[in-house]
Design a protein. Structure first.
Length: 175
C-alpha cells in the first residue's frame, strides 16, 4: 500500500501499521487530502485523478473512496481497509454527482469568486448563488469553503510536486 502525505505523523503511523498488517499486492493508496481525513482509493483512480483534467479532482469525493479520520485507531483503519477491499469490484472511476450549474459554481468557488461575483457571472440572485454553494459543499460532504479550498490546493500541490510522470510511473510499475 502506498501512502501519499506531507504529514510526518501519518507516514510514521502507517509505517508502524504496515509492520502489523501486510499489504503486499494491494492496489490501494492512502491519500492525505490535506484536512483531517485520509482517503483509501485504488491506484487506478489516483492515476485518473492526477492525469485527468481539473474536473478529475471531483473523484476525491466519489462514493467509491473511503474516508478515514486521521485520529482513527489502527483497528478502525484496518476495518475501513477490509470494507474497501470488499468493494473493489465496483466501477472504479466515478465522480461526485453535480449538475451543470453546480459544477460551474464549484469552478467559480475554486477560483475564489465571492457569492456576489458568482451571482453576477451566472445572472442570478446572490441568495441563489449562496444556496448553490451550500448544495455543492453538502454533496461533497464538506463543512466549509475553506475546507474545499484546502483539499483542492493540496491536490494541486501533489500534482505539481510529484508531477504526472511520477504517478504514471508508479501506476505502470504496479501493473
Amino acid at each position: 500500500m502506498d501512502v501519499i502525505s506531507f504529514d510526518q505523523y501519518v507516514l510514521m503511523g502507517m509505517k508502524t501499521f504496515s509492520k502489523v498488517r501486510h499489504f503486499h499486492g494491494m492496489e490501494v493508496v492512502l491519500y492525505d487530502r490535506g484536512d483531517e481525513y485520509l482517503l483509501l482509493l485504488q491506484k487506478e483512480l489516483l492515476h485518473y485523478i492526477v492525469n485527468g483534467d481539473d474536473s478529475s479532482f471531483l473523484c476525491l469525493f466519489s462514493p467509491l473512496v473511503r474516508r478515514v479520520h486521521k485520529s482513527s485507531s489502527l483497528q478502525d483503519i484496518s476495518y475501513e481497509l477490509e470494507l474497501f477491499q470488499r468493494n473493489l469490484n465496483e466501477p472504479r472511476i466515478r465522480k461526485a454527482h453535480l449538475s451543470t450549474v453546480e459544477n460551474n459554481v464549484l469552478l467559480a468557488l475554486l477560483a475564489c469568486k465571492t457569492n456576489y461575483e458568482i451571482s453576477s457571472l451566472f445572472r442570478f440572485n446572490s441568495k441563489i448563488s449562496s444556496n448553490y454553494k451550500n448544495i455543492v459543499l453538502h454533496k461533497l460532504r464538506l463543512n466549509s469553503l475553506s475546507e474545499l479550498l484546502l483539499i483542492y490546493n493540496t491536490w494541486r500541490k501533489y500534482r505539481a510536486l510529484f508531477g504526472i510522470e511520477y504517478f504514471s510511473m508508479q501506476y505502470n510499475n504496479a501493473k
